[in-house]
Design a protein around this ligand. Structure first.
Ligand SMILES: C[S@@+](CC[C@H](N)C(=O)[O-])C[C@H]1O[C@@H](n2cnc3c(N)ncnc32)[C@H](O)[C@@H]1O
Length: 294
């Protein structure tokens, strides 16, 4: 039987939508255009109304940083065969396929990918002045090993990169291990890397100013999906977890703050408040993982 992440994954899809509305305030490719397409021009009001909240701004910066870090890893590598899983309403594939040498397979659960196909078709028609035949959209439950292998087989020979952001925090330890095993098998066979922006660690004591990172609805959603419990204890524990699953850290990726369009939004926040942010501990990293050959 194929294992689903959660019978309630519809509500995760809701989170993907709210992510898009947040990212629409950044220069992330197609975020604004897609939000407008789905919810109309007024969609920008969702985020604009929240811009005076430092918690919301930090969330915005956090998600832009996560998105850009994956782009940065891909650009540094120059790998042309890319599969993204659980991509939600993120349009990295549509942007990256501008390079005709890239073969991008964009995946998520069936109902998301079906909706996304309609959006991508419209975005392509309205905004892309380049061919997009090298972008493929395919349904994939990542915990289905055969389906995952079939997708990888669509690439012609050679190394490939598997990328993801925003899924591991919804997986419990057993599911994470299963996913690691699937990816390990795929990478061992063909060679390549797993770029994951999902190295989240538990927050511990919350810093006062950031406790409003999420609104009440967001907090309820995170609690229902056990997001805090699913995070790693700390970065060392995450490293040990992946090592135990047969992965080494090939490289950690950092996005320079100057590359984040949302940073400028902090200018409106009083200096004394910004000072409070100094010394906040890191809660997430992006890692490029390789299989441990030994
Ligand atoms: C929080 S969203 C992140 C979306 C996107 N990566 C982003 O950062 O904007 C989580 C996504 O994981 C997808 N998802 C949940 N369970 C999955 C599974 N078992 N296999 C593949 N995708 C899954 C959901 O459909 C949703 O689009």
């Amino acid at each position: 039987m194929k294992e689903l992440l959660n019978p309630d994954f519809d509500s995760i899809s809701h989170s993907a939508k709210s992510l898009l509305l947040t990212k629409a305030l950044t220069t992330i490719p197609f975020a604004k255009e897609a939000a407008n397409l789905i919810w109309g021009e007024n969609s920008m009001q969702y985020g604009k109304k929240r811009l005076s909240s430092i918690g919301f701004l930090l969330r915005l910066i956090h998600f832009e940083d996560r998105y850009r870090s994956v782009d940065k890893a891909l650009t540094e590598f120059g790998i042309k065969n890319i599969v993204e899983f659980s991509s939600g309403f993120s349009f990295r594939g549509l942007s990256m396929c501008k390079d005709p040498e890239i073969c991008y397979i964009d995946t998520d659960l069936p109902q998301i990918i079906e909706t996304k196909k309609v959006i991508v078709k419209e975005l392509t028609k309205r905004f892309c002045k380049y061919p997009t035949e090298n972008l493929f959209q395919q349904a994939l439950n990542v915990l289905d090993e055969d389906a995952f292998a079939e997708i990888i087989n669509r690439f012609s020979t050679g190394a490939f990169a598997i990328v993801n952001e925003g899924l591991l925090i919804y997986l419990n330890e057993r599911q994470k291990r299963k996913l690691c095993l699937i990816i390990h098998n795929l990478l061992s066979e063909r060679g390549g890397y797993w770029i994951t922006a999902d190295i989240y660690i538990k927050k511990g004591i919350q810093h006062g100013i950031t406790k409003n990172f999420y609104d009440e609805r967001g907090k309820k959603f995170l609690a229902e999906h056990h997001v805090e419990e699913n995070k790693f204890e700390n970065f060392e524990a995450a490293k040990a977890f992946f090592k135990n699953c047969g992965f080494n850290i090939f490289k950690k990726i950092e996005t320079p703050r100057s590359e984040l369009s949302s940073i400028k939004l902090l200018e409106k926040i009083p200096r004394f408040k910004l000072k409070e942010l100094k010394g906040r501990k890191k809660i997430r990293e992006t890692w490029i993982l390789e299989t441990n050959k030994s």
